[in-house]
Ligand binder design. Structure first.
Ligand code: RIB
Ligand code: CA
Length: 308
């Protein structure tokens, strides 16, 4: 079975860790690189954490450090109340053995996509700053990716950091608007579906026997993450935002979609809102509006259990 090449642009981040473990263990995907971005944590911590995740999986995966600030706006505060100061809940900072590539992310993304035309799934699960900068550098990458599948936004769901904005979009609305305006079909895996995929802590402790190392990592990290959802969101479990987006790259049939041109509000009142655009020059985005929750959860945990 041929594996699809995937590059994850990420701000790890606890649900990012789930997404990266899933992609690294999935026999349908070849995680050929990770690029990092500010968001849940600083770009520096995101880069350290991406290296730690690859090493926890005992895999050599190139990591390139990306944008530390948004394109235009003043940076929002990192989400340490959700992901912890070091990005993995109460887990102490770990020092990776390896180091990041010494290459600018926009150039790196353009090079990889131009070297593998039609082959790479680009899966951003953080703010879209790196992706917008890569499009500015070489707009033709929009026509050369196999797919672009983002975790971000929400069409009918409202927001999670305001009534209107989802965190990844809110952290760089200008970049997100440039991404939706580019010449490609953005697959938007947003809060309309990711808020429905909720896992209690027992789901994570249940896999400790099958995957004691990766399972223990996630059980520890989700302790903190689930407490945030219990206390602040009122759900007894965590919303599986980023792994749901990665699963959508290879199991699109588990989702229902609407097709609309999408724009991002960059003004004060509803900044970060993803909404249907009247701009007829924009390509239609494929917006996930429903999901087979049980199937996504089963695919995630069955794959993680193949780890160690
Ligand atoms: O709104 C959820 C998104 O914001 C996820 O990608 C999470 O990791 C944070 O980056
Ligand atoms: Ca993320």
């Amino acid at each position: 079975m041929t594996r699809s090449k995937i590059i994850i642009d990420t701000d790890p981040g606890i649900d990012d860790a789930m997404a990266i473990f899933y992609a690294g263990l999935c026999d349908k995907l070849d995680l050929i690189a990770m690029t990092t971005v500010f968001g849940n944590v600083t770009a520096e911590i995101a880069t350290r954490n991406a290296l730690v995740l690859a090493e926890t999986m005992r895999q050599v995966i190139p990591v390139a450090r990306g944008a530390a600030t948004p394109l235009v706006q003043t940076p929002n505060h990192v989400s340490d109340h959700v992901h912890g100061v070091e990005g993995f809940g109460d887990m102490p900072a770990q020092t990776p053995k390896g180091s990041a590539l010494d290459v600018p992310v926009p150039e790196y993304l353009c090079q990889m996509i131009n070297d593998h035309p039609g082959e790479i799934i680009l899966c951003p699960v953080g703010p879209l700053t790196n992706i917008a900068l890569a499009l500015r550098l070489d707009p033709s990458i929009a026509t050369k990716v196999k797919a672009v599948v983002i975790m971000g936004g929400g069409l009918h769901s409202g927001g999670n950091v305001s009534d209107y904005a989802e965190a990844n979009i809110w952290n760089d609305p200008h970049a997100a608007d440039e991404v939706f305006a580019a010449d490609w079909e953005v697959v938007m895996i947003g809060l309309d579906v990711t808020q429905k995929v909720v896992c209690p802590h027992s789901d994570f402790t249940a896999m400790l026997g099958d995957a004691p190392i990766i399972g223990d990592f996630l059980a520890q990290a989700t302790d903190f993450y689930i407490k945030f959802y219990q206390d602040e969101v009122g759900v007894d479990g965590c919303q599986m935002h980023d792994p749901t987006a990665v699963i959508a790259t290879i199991y699109p049939e588990l989702f229902k979609y609407e097709h609309h041109p999408i724009e991002v509000c960059t003004d004060e009142d509803r900044i970060g809102e993803t909404r249907i655009s009247n701009d007829k020059s924009r390509r239609l985005a494929k917006v996930a509006v429903d999901v087979d929750i049980a199937a996504v959860k089963k695919i995630f945990f069955d794959t993680i259990k193949t780890g160690f």
